[in-house]
Design a protein around this ligand. Structure first.
Ligand code: MN
Length: 322
């Protein structure tokens, strides 16, 4: 997924200032952003007043959309730096190509995990033919300074650990770990991404880590999360300091749980890049526009996406630093 804003605004994230040390309820709605010609996504992170949850720094939710007579997702080659992308589907499929030569179809409840490290480029498309429905989420994880220059990599994991407590809740661990179960995906900070499927009538509690901050993204149905009804397409930020999370659903419902140790480094996020300084971002933009550093994606039917203009004001990390 590419940030296709024509005028992306720089976002300064991370640091201790935004993090709620105590449990809170902060209901976030998505901003509708066009993705290509025929699809829109709802952007939950970064959001007004809430930029990160642990190392999770970008969350788009899309669908369910009927794409039977449409091209569906068509995101031409574009670069990434300083982050990992997580592709997670509930319906449909996405064909991933990247500058390492990866060619992989990602299907529902399979992890497509791309570590950009210092530089990678990729494209994402609905294959032809494709399923009628497309529904999923695209998420980014910021890499910590010690690992943000690692070699790029792509991982596909179709066999993820599932926690099935027999209480109506089925939790698939996408990245990081939850209640002792760890995803095979490579993670660089303590975090969790999990898919929570709740059968109608579920009323349970999910064990959490007191030191993590958390949010849930509602994918389908309505789940009552710690007393707050969260409808599909919205997100509830939960803060830190929780050892468990009460979950209740009257109808079959789906959530994504996102959490992690608060990300204390200040980062600068612009377009598809995460850096630390204005210069990092400007150099990455220049490298992409001159065909340097990010490699080439082969096989996508269309030209790469040009970088937008940088804003005239330098992007500087600001705010409280602990
Ligand atoms: Mn992308």
């Amino acid at each position: 997924m590419s940030n296709l804003d024509l005028k992306p605004t720089p976002t300064v994230c991370g640091g201790r200032g935004d993090i709620s040390a105590q449990p809170v309820h902060e209901l976030l709605t998505g901003r509708v952003v066009p993705l290509g010609e025929s699809t829109v996504v709802r952007r939950l992170l970064p959001n007004l007043g809430r930029r990160m949850v642990g190392a999770w720094c970008f969350v788009d939710h899309y669908g369910p959309d009927d794409i039977a007579d449409q091209p569906g997702m068509q995101v031409a080659p574009h670069p990434h730096m300083g982050l990992q992308t997580v592709s997670w589907l509930h319906d449909g499929e996405v064909l991933h190509r990247d500058s390492l030569g990866s060619l992989q179809t990602v299907r529902p409840r399979e992890l497509g995990l791309m570590t950009s490290g210092r530089a990678i480029s990729h494209s994402e498309e609905s294959p032809r033919p494709h399923a009628r429905l497309l529904h999923g989420a695209q998420l980014w994880v910021a890499l910590p300074d010690a690992h943000r220059h690692v070699a790029p990599a792509f991982e596909h994991h179709a066999d993820l650990p599932v926690l099935n407590g027999g209480n109506g809740l089925r939790a698939t661990v996408i990245l990081g770990s939850l209640d002792g179960a760890a995803s095979p995906g490579t993670a660089y900070t303590p975090l969790v991404g999990a898919d929570l499927a709740l059968a109608a009538g579920t009323d349970t509690r999910l064990p959490l880590d007191r030191d993590f901050e958390y949010a849930v993204l509602a994918m389908s149905g309505t789940t009552v999360v710690d007393g707050v009804p969260v409808e599909a397409g919205s997100m509830l930020y939960l803060g830190c300091g929780r050892t468990e999370l009460p979950l209740r659903a009257d109808v079959d419902s789906g959530l994504m749980l996102l959490g992690g140790e608060p990300f204390e480094e200040r980062i600068v996020m612009w377009w598809n890049f995460v850096g630390r300084t204005n210069e990092d971002i400007a150099q990455a933009r220049e490298a992409w526009m001159t065909g340097d550093r990010f490699g080439e994606v082969h096989g996508y039917d269309g030209p790469p996406i040009p970088a937008p203009e940088l804003p005239p004001v330098p992007l500087k990390p600001r705010g409280r630093v602990r």
